[in-house]
Design a protein around this ligand. Structure first.
Ligand code: ADP
Length: 256
Protein backbone atom coordinates (compact mmCIF):
# COMPACT_ATOMS: atom_id res chain seq x y z
CA UNK A 1 0.00 0.00 0.00
CA UNK A 2 1.38 3.38 -0.97
CA UNK A 3 -0.24 6.75 -0.58
CA UNK A 4 0.44 9.32 -3.28
CA UNK A 5 1.29 12.76 -1.98
CA UNK A 6 -0.09 14.72 -4.92
CA UNK A 7 -3.72 14.14 -3.87
CA UNK A 8 -3.18 15.86 -0.57
CA UNK A 9 -3.08 19.41 0.71
CA UNK A 10 -1.01 20.61 3.64
CA UNK A 11 2.04 19.23 1.92
CA UNK A 12 4.47 19.58 4.83
CA UNK A 13 2.92 17.76 7.79
CA UNK A 14 0.75 15.37 5.86
CA UNK A 15 3.66 14.80 3.52
CA UNK A 16 5.85 13.77 6.43
CA UNK A 17 3.17 11.44 7.75
CA UNK A 18 2.78 9.87 4.34
CA UNK A 19 6.53 9.44 4.05
CA UNK A 20 6.76 7.67 7.38
CA UNK A 21 3.69 5.55 6.59
CA UNK A 22 5.20 4.51 3.27
CA UNK A 23 8.49 3.79 4.97
CA UNK A 24 6.75 1.59 7.57
CA UNK A 25 4.83 -0.21 4.85
CA UNK A 26 8.05 -0.91 2.97
CA UNK A 27 9.69 -2.21 6.18
CA UNK A 28 6.71 -4.47 6.94
CA UNK A 29 6.76 -5.79 3.39
CA UNK A 30 10.47 -6.52 3.79
CA UNK A 31 9.84 -8.39 7.08
CA UNK A 32 7.01 -10.33 5.44
CA UNK A 33 9.25 -11.33 2.57
CA UNK A 34 12.01 -12.37 4.99
CA UNK A 35 9.54 -14.45 7.00
CA UNK A 36 8.24 -16.18 3.87
CA UNK A 37 11.82 -16.84 2.79
CA UNK A 38 12.67 -18.27 6.23
CA UNK A 39 9.67 -20.61 6.21
CA UNK A 40 10.45 -21.80 2.72
CA UNK A 41 14.08 -22.48 3.71
CA UNK A 42 13.00 -24.42 6.81
CA UNK A 43 10.53 -26.46 4.77
CA UNK A 44 13.20 -27.25 2.23
CA UNK A 45 15.66 -28.34 4.94
CA UNK A 46 13.00 -30.63 6.46
CA UNK A 47 11.78 -31.98 3.14
CA UNK A 48 15.00 -33.54 1.96
CA UNK A 49 15.79 -35.70 5.05
CA UNK A 50 12.10 -36.66 5.31
CA UNK A 51 12.07 -37.84 1.70
CA UNK A 52 15.00 -40.18 2.27
CA UNK A 53 13.71 -41.41 5.64
CA UNK A 54 10.36 -42.18 4.01
CA UNK A 55 11.88 -43.89 1.00
CA UNK A 56 14.38 -46.05 2.88
CA UNK A 57 11.87 -47.06 5.60
CA UNK A 58 9.30 -48.05 3.00
CA UNK A 59 11.88 -50.09 1.09
CA UNK A 60 12.75 -52.05 4.24
CA UNK A 61 9.08 -52.51 5.17
CA UNK A 62 8.25 -53.74 1.66
CA UNK A 63 11.07 -56.30 1.89
CA UNK A 64 12.79 -54.99 -1.21
CA UNK A 65 16.11 -54.53 0.59
CA UNK A 66 18.33 -57.62 0.84
CA UNK A 67 19.07 -58.46 4.47
CA UNK A 68 22.79 -57.67 4.09
CA UNK A 69 22.00 -54.08 2.97
CA UNK A 70 19.47 -53.29 5.66
CA UNK A 71 22.03 -52.02 8.13
CA UNK A 72 23.37 -49.57 5.55
CA UNK A 73 19.84 -48.26 4.95
CA UNK A 74 19.24 -47.90 8.68
CA UNK A 75 22.48 -45.93 8.98
CA UNK A 76 21.28 -43.49 6.34
CA UNK A 77 17.93 -43.14 8.12
CA UNK A 78 19.76 -42.47 11.38
CA UNK A 79 22.00 -39.81 9.77
CA UNK A 80 18.99 -38.06 8.30
CA UNK A 81 17.24 -38.04 11.68
CA UNK A 82 20.38 -36.52 13.21
CA UNK A 83 20.34 -33.86 10.51
CA UNK A 84 16.75 -32.95 11.38
CA UNK A 85 17.63 -32.91 15.03
CA UNK A 86 20.52 -30.46 14.39
CA UNK A 87 18.18 -28.29 12.35
CA UNK A 88 15.64 -28.25 15.16
CA UNK A 89 18.35 -27.35 17.73
CA UNK A 90 19.53 -24.47 15.55
CA UNK A 91 16.01 -23.19 14.93
CA UNK A 92 15.28 -23.17 18.67
CA UNK A 93 18.56 -21.33 19.25
CA UNK A 94 17.66 -18.72 16.62
CA UNK A 95 14.16 -18.25 18.03
CA UNK A 96 15.61 -17.73 21.48
CA UNK A 97 18.28 -15.26 20.25
CA UNK A 98 15.70 -13.36 18.18
CA UNK A 99 13.29 -12.95 21.06
CA UNK A 100 13.23 -9.72 23.01
CA UNK A 101 14.17 -11.54 26.21
CA UNK A 102 17.06 -13.48 24.78
CA UNK A 103 19.47 -15.01 27.30
CA UNK A 104 22.39 -12.77 28.27
CA UNK A 105 24.08 -13.51 31.56
CA UNK A 106 27.59 -12.11 31.34
CA UNK A 107 30.39 -12.83 33.79
CA UNK A 108 34.18 -12.60 33.83
CA UNK A 109 35.96 -15.78 32.91
CA UNK A 110 39.14 -17.12 31.31
CA UNK A 111 38.76 -17.19 27.54
CA UNK A 112 41.76 -19.48 26.97
CA UNK A 113 40.23 -22.10 29.29
CA UNK A 114 36.91 -21.89 27.47
CA UNK A 115 38.61 -22.49 24.13
CA UNK A 116 40.57 -25.46 25.49
CA UNK A 117 37.23 -26.93 26.62
CA UNK A 118 35.68 -26.45 23.18
CA UNK A 119 38.62 -28.31 21.70
CA UNK A 120 38.06 -31.20 24.10
CA UNK A 121 34.36 -31.27 23.22
CA UNK A 122 35.12 -31.52 19.51
CA UNK A 123 37.86 -34.14 19.91
CA UNK A 124 35.86 -37.01 18.33
CA UNK A 125 35.42 -34.88 15.19
CA UNK A 126 39.05 -33.77 14.70
CA UNK A 127 40.41 -37.09 15.86
CA UNK A 128 38.39 -39.07 13.33
CA UNK A 129 39.88 -36.94 10.50
CA UNK A 130 43.35 -37.13 12.03
CA UNK A 131 43.47 -33.34 12.28
CA UNK A 132 46.14 -31.75 14.43
CA UNK A 133 44.97 -28.78 16.48
CA UNK A 134 47.72 -26.26 17.22
CA UNK A 135 47.13 -23.74 19.99
CA UNK A 136 48.67 -20.40 20.80
CA UNK A 137 46.45 -19.13 23.58
CA UNK A 138 47.36 -16.12 25.64
CA UNK A 139 45.75 -16.31 29.10
CA UNK A 140 43.10 -13.63 29.15
CA UNK A 141 39.82 -12.85 30.90
CA UNK A 142 36.73 -11.59 29.14
CA UNK A 143 33.31 -10.40 30.26
CA UNK A 144 30.67 -12.27 28.28
CA UNK A 145 27.84 -14.79 28.41
CA UNK A 146 29.77 -18.02 28.74
CA UNK A 147 27.04 -20.34 27.41
CA UNK A 148 26.47 -18.19 24.34
CA UNK A 149 30.21 -17.88 23.65
CA UNK A 150 30.57 -21.69 23.99
CA UNK A 151 28.31 -21.90 20.94
CA UNK A 152 30.50 -19.44 19.00
CA UNK A 153 33.72 -21.44 19.50
CA UNK A 154 31.92 -24.72 18.93
CA UNK A 155 30.46 -23.56 15.60
CA UNK A 156 33.74 -22.03 14.35
CA UNK A 157 35.83 -25.06 15.35
CA UNK A 158 33.27 -27.52 13.93
CA UNK A 159 33.29 -25.63 10.62
CA UNK A 160 37.10 -25.58 10.51
CA UNK A 161 37.04 -29.38 10.95
CA UNK A 162 34.13 -29.98 8.54
CA UNK A 163 35.73 -27.98 5.73
CA UNK A 164 39.27 -29.39 6.22
CA UNK A 165 40.62 -32.44 4.52
CA UNK A 166 42.01 -35.33 6.52
CA UNK A 167 45.49 -35.02 8.11
CA UNK A 168 45.40 -31.21 8.04
CA UNK A 169 46.17 -28.79 10.85
CA UNK A 170 43.90 -26.20 12.44
CA UNK A 171 45.43 -23.29 14.33
CA UNK A 172 43.62 -21.45 17.09
CA UNK A 173 45.21 -18.38 18.61
CA UNK A 174 44.37 -15.67 21.10
CA UNK A 175 46.36 -12.48 20.71
CA UNK A 176 46.08 -8.91 21.90
CA UNK A 177 46.35 -6.28 19.18
CA UNK A 178 45.51 -2.59 19.22
CA UNK A 179 43.21 -2.65 22.22
CA UNK A 180 41.42 -5.80 21.15
CA UNK A 181 41.51 -9.46 22.00
CA UNK A 182 41.59 -11.40 18.76
CA UNK A 183 40.67 -15.04 18.51
CA UNK A 184 41.65 -16.56 15.18
CA UNK A 185 40.47 -19.96 13.99
CA UNK A 186 42.52 -20.88 10.92
CA UNK A 187 42.05 -23.91 8.72
CA UNK A 188 43.79 -25.11 5.57
CA UNK A 189 40.65 -26.58 4.04
CA UNK A 190 38.52 -25.97 0.97
CA UNK A 191 38.15 -22.21 1.52
CA UNK A 192 35.38 -19.87 0.40
CA UNK A 193 35.21 -18.07 -2.98
CA UNK A 194 35.85 -14.30 -2.64
CA UNK A 195 32.44 -13.28 -3.98
CA UNK A 196 30.66 -15.43 -1.38
CA UNK A 197 32.60 -14.24 1.67
CA UNK A 198 30.10 -11.52 2.56
CA UNK A 199 27.17 -13.95 2.41
CA UNK A 200 28.36 -16.76 4.67
CA UNK A 201 26.88 -15.16 7.80
CA UNK A 202 23.37 -15.12 6.28
CA UNK A 203 20.70 -17.52 7.46
CA UNK A 204 20.58 -20.77 5.47
CA UNK A 205 23.47 -19.64 3.31
CA UNK A 206 25.60 -22.51 2.03
CA UNK A 207 28.39 -22.21 -0.46
CA UNK A 208 27.02 -24.55 -3.05
CA UNK A 209 29.78 -26.54 -4.61
CA UNK A 210 29.70 -30.13 -5.70
CA UNK A 211 32.76 -31.04 -3.67
CA UNK A 212 31.20 -30.19 -0.34
CA UNK A 213 27.75 -31.55 -1.07
CA UNK A 214 28.50 -34.53 1.14
CA UNK A 215 29.22 -32.30 4.15
CA UNK A 216 26.35 -31.97 6.57
CA UNK A 217 25.19 -28.46 7.24
CA UNK A 218 22.09 -26.34 7.25
CA UNK A 219 23.70 -22.94 6.76
CA UNK A 220 22.67 -21.65 10.18
CA UNK A 221 25.87 -22.03 12.22
CA UNK A 222 27.58 -18.80 11.19
CA UNK A 223 24.38 -16.77 11.41
CA UNK A 224 24.10 -17.91 15.03
CA UNK A 225 27.75 -16.96 15.62
CA UNK A 226 27.14 -13.50 14.17
CA UNK A 227 23.98 -12.98 16.22
CA UNK A 228 25.68 -13.96 19.50
CA UNK A 229 28.64 -11.68 18.78
CA UNK A 230 26.31 -8.79 17.91
CA UNK A 231 24.51 -9.23 21.24
CA UNK A 232 27.93 -8.79 22.91
CA UNK A 233 28.99 -5.92 20.60
CA UNK A 234 31.87 -8.12 19.45
CA UNK A 235 32.65 -8.52 15.76
CA UNK A 236 33.90 -11.16 13.34
CA UNK A 237 36.03 -11.04 10.19
CA UNK A 238 36.71 -13.72 7.65
CA UNK A 239 39.58 -14.15 5.26
CA UNK A 240 39.62 -17.03 2.87
CA UNK A 241 41.00 -18.35 -0.37
CA UNK A 242 39.67 -21.32 -2.28
CA UNK A 243 41.72 -24.47 -1.80
CA UNK A 244 44.05 -22.60 0.59
CA UNK A 245 41.92 -22.20 3.70
CA UNK A 246 39.95 -19.82 5.88
CA UNK A 247 40.55 -17.72 8.97
CA UNK A 248 37.67 -16.52 11.11
CA UNK A 249 38.74 -13.82 13.59
CA UNK A 250 36.56 -12.75 16.52
CA UNK A 251 37.36 -9.27 17.88
CA UNK A 252 36.64 -8.55 21.53
CA UNK A 253 37.26 -5.02 22.89
CA UNK A 254 39.50 -5.13 25.97
CA UNK A 255 37.75 -2.60 28.18
CA UNK A 256 34.26 -3.84 27.60
P1 ADP B 1 26.83 -25.00 7.65
O1 ADP B 1 26.04 -25.65 8.73
O2 ADP B 1 26.30 -25.25 6.28
O3 ADP B 1 28.30 -25.27 7.78
P2 ADP B 1 27.40 -22.24 8.39
O4 ADP B 1 26.45 -21.12 8.59
O5 ADP B 1 28.24 -22.65 9.55
O6 ADP B 1 26.54 -23.45 7.85
O7 ADP B 1 28.36 -21.87 7.18
C1 ADP B 1 27.81 -21.34 5.97
C2 ADP B 1 28.61 -21.79 4.77
O8 ADP B 1 29.90 -21.15 4.80
C3 ADP B 1 28.90 -23.28 4.76
O9 ADP B 1 27.89 -23.99 4.11
C4 ADP B 1 30.23 -23.34 4.03
O10 ADP B 1 30.00 -23.41 2.65
C5 ADP B 1 30.91 -22.03 4.35
N1 ADP B 1 31.92 -22.18 5.43
C6 ADP B 1 31.77 -21.92 6.75
N2 ADP B 1 32.92 -22.14 7.42
C7 ADP B 1 33.83 -22.53 6.50
C8 ADP B 1 35.22 -22.91 6.57
N3 ADP B 1 35.90 -22.91 7.71
N4 ADP B 1 35.82 -23.27 5.40
C9 ADP B 1 35.14 -23.26 4.23
N5 ADP B 1 33.85 -22.92 4.10
C10 ADP B 1 33.19 -22.56 5.23
Amino acid sequence: VRIEKKNRRNQDEVGELIDSFNHMTAELEKIDAMRADFVSNVSHEIQSPLTSIKGFTKAIMDDVVPRENQKEYLQIIYQEIERMSRLSDNLLRIASLDSEHHPYNPSSYRLDEQIRNSILTTEPQWNSKNIDIQLDLEPVEIYADKDLMDQVWLNLITNAIKYSNENEIIQIGISIQSGQIKVAVRDYGIGIPKDELASVFGRFYKVDRSRNRSIDGNGLGLSIVKKILTIHKFSIDVESEEDVGSTFTVNIPINQ
